[in-house]
Design a protein around this ligand. Structure first.
Ligand code: SF4
Ligand code: SF4
Length: 309
C-alpha cells in the first residue's frame, strides 16, 4: 500500500479521535450524549449453525462496532429497499461485474457459504478487506489504531454498497458490517473457504494472513458458487509449533492451552483480557504484527508444515 496522502491522514486522525472518545465512554460505562452517537439497532441475525458469540466477545466487539456504527445504521435502514419478489439466480456476467465492483471498493477476497436463518436458507457472501501492513507493523500505535478505525469504516461502507448493487439488480441483500456482534465472522469466513483461524482466534487468509477484517452480505441467490472444502486447515498445525501470538501478547490473552468443552475447542482467547489491552494500547494488534502469516508467504509456511523446506 502506498503512503497515505496528507489530507487523508488529517481526516483519519479526526475520525479516529472522535471514535476513540466515544469508545472510551462506552467501555467505561459513561452516558453518551445525543451529540456523541445514538446506539445502532440490533441486527436480527440468528446464529444457528455458527458458534454463538459469548458475552465477553460481545464486549470485545463493542469498540469496533462503534467504529462501524454508520455502516450498521445504514445497513439496517436500507433493508426496506429490498425487492418484493427478488430473483434467485445470478448469471455469470452479473457475478463477474459484482466481483469487479467489490474489487474497486477495496475488497481482497470473496467466498460463498450457506447460512441457515431459522427456517430460511440464505447464502452468505463473505468478504475480507486488508489492514495495511506498515501500520499494523507499528502496533501498538496511533497509526495502527487509525488503520483499524478506517478499515472498519471502509468495510462497513463496502458491504452497504454491495448490498445496494444487489438490490438494484433485483436481488435480496442484507449487509452485515464488520463487528456486528450477531455473527462469528471467523467461522463464517472459514465456511466460505477464505482461510482458517489461528491460535489468536483471528482469520488467517492465504493472501494477507491475519491482516484482514471480515464482513458479509446475506442474500437469497441460490446459484452462487459455494465453497466445498476448506483447504487451509493445516494452519492449525503451523500454529501448534509457532505460538508467537502467545509469547508476544502484552495482555496474556492468547491461550496456548485452549478452553475445551465436550471435546470441542471453544476459546483460544481470553476475550476480556484482550479487550482491556485493546483499549489501553491503541487497538493493540500485536498478535497480527508478530504473526508469521503477516510477513511470510502462505506457500512458504505451508512447505514448512509439509516438510518440503
Ligand atoms: S490484540 Fe493484543 S491483547 Fe488482544 S490477543 Fe492480540 S496481542 Fe493479545
Ligand atoms: S502467531 Fe503463530 S500461533 Fe499465532 S496465529 Fe500466527 S501462526 Fe498461529
Amino acid at each position: 500500500m502506498g503512503k497515505i496522502q496528507p489530507a487523508k491522514a488529517v481526516r483519519n486522525k479526526i475520525v479516529s479521535r472522535r471514535y476513540r472518545r466515544i469508545e472510551r465512554k462506552i467501555y467505561e460505562g459513561s452516558e453518551l450524549s445525543d451529540h456523541d452517537i445514538f446506539l445502532p439497532l440490533r441486527f436480527n441475525i440468528p446464529t444457528q449453525g455458527l458458534i454463538p458469540i459469548s458475552e465477553s466477545r460481545a464486549r470485545l466487539s463493542l469498540p469496533p462496532l462503534v467504529r462501524s456504527y454508520f455502516g450498521i445504521r445504514k445497513a439496517e435502514r436500507s433493508m426496506k429497499n429490498n425487492p418484493e419478489t427478488p430473483f434467485r439466480f445470478i448469471d455469470d456476467d452479473e457475478l463477474l461485474e459484482f466481483h469487479h465492483y467489490a474489487h474497486e471498493l477495496g475488497v481482497n477476497s470473496m467466498g460463498f457459504t450457506k447460512y441457515r436463518d431459522g427456517n430460511t436458507d440464505l447464502t452468505a457472501i463473505v468478504i475480507t478487506m486488508e489492514l495495511d501492513e506498515v501500520h499494523v507493523d507499528q502496533s501498538p500505535s496511533e497509526e495502527t489504531y487509525q488503520e483499524l478505525v478506517m478499515t472498519y469504516h471502509n468495510l462497513g461502507m463496502a458491504v452497504n454498497k454491495l448490498a445496494k448493487w444487489l438490490r438494484q439488480h433485483n436481488f435480496y441483500a442484507h449487509a452485515i458490517p464488520p463487528a456486528s456482534a450477531s455473527l462469528d465472522f471467523t467461522k463464517l469466513a472459514e465456511s466460505a473457504g477464505l482461510g482458517f483461524h489461528g491460535l489468536n482466534g483471528m482469520l488467517i487468509t492465504p493472501e494477507r494472513g491475519p491482516r484482514v477484517r471480515v464482513a458479509a452480505i446475506m442474500t437469497t441467490i441460490d446459484n452462487l458458487p459455494l465453497s466445498k472444502d476448506n483447504l487451509h486447515t493445516w494452519i492449525s498445525e503451523y500454529c501448534a509449533t509457532c505460538e508467537k501470538c502467545v509469547d508476544n501478547c502484552p495482555g496474556d490473552a492468547v491461550l496456548s492451552t485452549p478452553v475445551v468443552e465436550e471435546g470441542k475447542i471453544i476459546l483460544n482467547l481470553d476475550q476480556s483480557k484482550c479487550a482491556d489491552q485493546y483499549v489501553e494500547s491503541s487497538g493493540c494488534s500485536m498478535c497480527l504484527s508478530r504473526c508469521p502469516f503477516s510477513h511470510s508467504s502462505y506457500g512458504y509456511l505451508k512447505n514448512t508444515v509439509d516438510g518440503n523446506d
